[in-house]
Write a protein that binds this ligand. Structure first.
Ligand SMILES: [Cu+2]
Length: 372
């Protein structure tokens, strides 16, 4: 066999192997990367994905045809040692018209759906059924307000499946960018000017989101979760959040711990240990509610979802959030206690100061916050 052909074979073989490797690695890692635009679960993201796939199809077709023709011609008409001088030609109108017309046609086929999709993504959904949400970016966390429901929360956006959500977004400080890869595209968020975005989750699930515009030291830890729920579950969530506005949850009156009171009444000599533990837990939450006021937490955080407050995230429902510190630190008792004691170590530079909370005080605060 020709020496050059042999070398070409090994190059082609290596390329094929590399392609296979990319495909295998890519598909094996499909799941560990939920923050991927390639797994759309909302109508907005599906629309963008469809456009991407259409473009990819035409691009692949053009690549295969052009490169195929090129490789074919290179091999078929390659020079041999005693070839005569080839015929010299200049220009061919027919060929030039064809290779201008075909790319123009391909570009038009890509441009029409692209422009149509771009306009569609900037529409503002209207109608009584649209769930309005106001998004406020802060260094380094996200605030979500539901004007129709009178609720405010942070870092965890609950939405009902199958209902369009219309976001109106601003920021309190610097530029941020709101991005939920599986549900909708990225959209920048500015001070003094609002931008909009919309999406409809098609399947229940937890969809991670992330700030996508560098906004300072902890930009990488400015994440959030979108929790898409069946409509009934969403109504339950709304009910629980609205209940935090009731008198029992107001920080000024520490809640009477009914969970601790009931078993205490039923207790007898045989389960004094349980009783002691329950009383201890009750005492902890009372101490926690006092610490929450005394240590100044209440100056930055509201535990009432119907009463927003400026500086820190609203903590109503914090006991049930999946993550703390803006969507990346798992909400376990240990992590919560560590955060309360040393926010500046866990997420250096945040607006929450280290307040000199002791281990025991942190435990009481955790017990208290777990009830919210
Ligand atoms: Cu950022």
């Amino acid at each position: 066999m020709d020496h050059r052909l042999k070398r070409w074979h090994s190059v082609a073989g290596a390329l094929l192997l590399l392609t296979l490797l990319i495909v295998v690695v890519g598909s094996a890692q499909a799941d560990p990367y939920p923050q991927s635009t390639l797994h759309p679960k909302g109508d907005f993201a599906l629309m963008v994905d469809k456009l991407f796939r259409t473009t990819l199809f035409w691009a692949t077709l053009v690549f295969v045809l052009v490169e195929g023709a090129l490789v074919f011609v290179i091999i078929k008409f390659r020079g041999k040692p005693d070839d005569p001088e080839p015929k010299q030609v200049h220009g061919n109108t027919m060929v030039e018209v064809i290779w201008t017309a075909i790319p123009a046609l391909v570009l038009a086929m890509i441009a029409v759906p692209t422009v149509r999709t771009i306009f569609r993504t900037y529409e503002t959904p209207k109608g009584a059924d649209v769930l309005q949400v106001e998004v406020v970016g802060h260094q380094w966390w996200w605030e979500f307000r539901y004007p129709q429901l009178g609720l405010t929360t942070a870092n965890e956006l609950h939405v009902p499946v199958g209902r369009t959500v219309a976001l109106k977004m601003v920021t309190q400080d610097v530029l941020h960018s709101f991005w939920i890869p599986q549900l909708a595209a990225k959209r920048d968020v500015f001070p003094n000017r609002s931008t909009t975005l919309w999406f409809k989750a098609e399947e229940p699930g937890d969809y991670p989101g992330q700030c996508a515009e560098f906004c300072g030291l902890q930009h990488g830890r400015m994440a959030f979760q979108v929790i898409a729920q069946a409509p009934g579950d969403f109504d339950g969530y709304v009910g629980r959040m609205q209940a935090t506005g009731g008198p029992a949850a107001a920080p000024a009156t520490p809640p009477v711990d009914s969970a601790a009171a009931k078993p205490a009444a039923a207790a007898n000599a045989l389960n004094t240990a349980t009783l002691a533990a329950t009383v201890q837990a009750g005492a902890d939450t009372v101490a926690g509610s006092q610490l929450f006021m005394m240590k100044g937490c209440v100056g930055c955080h509201s535990l009432n979802a119907t009463k927003p407050m400026g500086i820190g995230p609203n903590l109503a429902g914090i006991g049930h959030r999946l993550y703390i510190a803006a969507g990346w630190l798992e909400n376990t008792d240990a992590n919560l206690a560590k955060w309360i004691q040393h926010p500046q170590t866990v997420k250096h530079g945040v607006l929450m100061p280290d307040l000199g909370i002791t281990e025991a005080e942190a435990q009481s605060l955790v017990a208290y916050l777990r009830q919210h």
